[in-house]
Structures are given as C-alpha cells and as structure tokens.
Ligand binder design. Structure first.
Ligand code: GLN
Length: 255
C-alpha cells in the first residue's frame, strides 16, 4: 500500500470515529443539561456547610426534570444578576433560581411554564412599631438583593433609601445591625429564614405586595429546550413526583 492510500484510509477512520464519539457533532453535549442557580436562596437553592451538593426545591426539581428528559444535569452557582447574561453568552442552558417571570426578563429569555407561586413580603425587626406594611416604607431604608423583583419594587417607593446587596443573607444581617428598617424579598424565602433562625430578632409581615410566578429561563433561540422542560414538568405534576418534592421542602399540598 502506498503512503497516499494509507493516509486516506486513516483520515477516513478519524472521520468515522469522530462521528461515533460525537466529537464532530454534539451527541454527548445534548445529553448534559447545564443548569445554574444563585445558591443563596433557601429553601430553593443553597449549600449547607460541609456539604458541596446544591440543595433545595429548585435543585430537586431540575434533577428530576433532567432525569425525565433522559439527561445528566450539571449545576453551577452564578450570582443572581449574572444568570441571564450567562444564558445569553451560551455558558448555561437553563437558569433555575426562584426567578420570577416578568415582562422585562421575557424580552431577553424564554420562560418555562410557571412552577411555583411566590410574592414579595417584608421582614422587619421584632420590635418594629411603625412599619406594618408596604405603605409605611416612605422615608425609610430598605435592603434588597441586586437584580431582583424585590429591588425593583423597593426602588418605586417614594423617598425610600434602597440598599442593594449581592445575597439575601447580607440583607438580613443589615436589618439586624439596624442598617436598614426592612428587607423586601420573596415570601417563602423570608418564612424559611425566620423558621430556621427561630425568628431571632426579626419577623415577617403578612401583607403580600405582589403575586409572582417562578419559571425556568432558557435562551431566546432554545424553544426546543423550553418545550422539553414544559413536557417534563407536566409529567412530574401528573405522576406525583412534583408533589413529593414540594412536600419535602414546604410540607402541605402544592397549588
Ligand atoms: N423572585 C425574585 C426575582 O426573580 C428573587 C429571586 C432570587 O433572589 N433568587 O427577582
């Protein structure tokens, strides 16, 4: 066999093996779902000390959804206001992070069907006498997490000094240190925080400012994944798996 024929033979082999292993296409890539959350939002996504695994309602849900779709899931931790940019840059496939579906975000990403009903409430110090609801925030100072609906709502309040923090735990710390008068944040996260810390020094007020739905966000051009996620979510709701995950984190029946 002359050299030319040998070279042709081996390059042919290379092409075939590339096709088989998926190097040429992305056969394997399609099986891995790159998900991200901002792991500072218990009970939806968080890490416990000494345990690297991401935990929470969203984390169990995305693992169950990936399984249903026949995919492996890889989860990374990205600051909340960096999640949509990470999607847009193609670094991740889906953001699941207690993210409220709203029009502003819909301009940048596609959302799955809603998977959890939330809303904003206030947390104040236990001895707070003057703030009984959102209308009492005029002229007060409020902490919220950067890039969240809580922060947007806070910025609409007249004469309110809004302090934005990277993570919600910093907002609660600031409230306890008397750096702000209230924290605006999602109700289930406020309630969980207060339960976990045995209500030490702070309380949540019952008034709900907004009704918000959480959705998973995917890239604008990834309608295929949006559809797959919706189909898998429906399946988990129908077969009782969603309910099990809901009860694990919130007890009681889901809506
Ligand atoms: N639900 C709120 C939002 O979408 C807060 C989300 C979060 O902090 N993880 O803005």
């Amino acid at each position: 066999m002359n050299k030319k024929i040998l070279a042709l033979f081996f390059s042919g082999l290379l092409v075939i093996s590339a096709a088989l292993t998926g190097c040429g296409g992305n056969a394997k890539g399609d099986k891995v779902l790159k998900a991200a959350c901002s792991a500072d939002f218990a009970p939806f996504e968080f890490q416990e000390e000494g345990n690297k695994e991401y935990q929470g309602f969203d984390m169990d849900l995305i693992r169950a959804l990936a399984k249903e779709m026949g995919m492996e899931v890889e989860i990374s931790n990205i600051a909340f206001d960096g999640l949509i940019p990470a999607l847009e840059a193609g670094n991740i496939d889906v953001a699941i992070s207690g993210m409220t579906i709203n029009d502003e975000r819909k301009g940048k990403v596609l959302f799955s069907d809603p998977y959890y009903e939330s809303g904003l409430t206030l947390v104040v110090r236990s001895d707070e006498k003057n703030i009984k609801g959102f209308k009492d925030l005029e002229g007060k100072s409020v902490a919220a997490q950067i890039g969240t609906t809580g922060s947007t709502e806070a910025s609409k309040i007249k004469d309110c000094n809004v302090k934005n923090f990277n993570v919600i735990s910093e907002c609660f710390m600031e409230l306890k240190a008397k750096g702000v008068d209230a924290v605006i944040n999602d109700r289930p996260v406020n309630d969980y925080y207060i339960k976990k810390t045995n209500s030490e020094g702070v309380k949540a007020l019952p008034e709900k400012l907004t009704a918000e739905n959480y959705g998973m966000a995917v890239r604008k051009d990834n309608e295929e994944l949006q559809k797959k996620l919706n189909a898998a979510l429906k399946k988990l709701k129908d077969n009782g798996e969603y309910q099990k995950i809901y009860e694990r984190w919130f007890g009681g029946a889901s809506k």
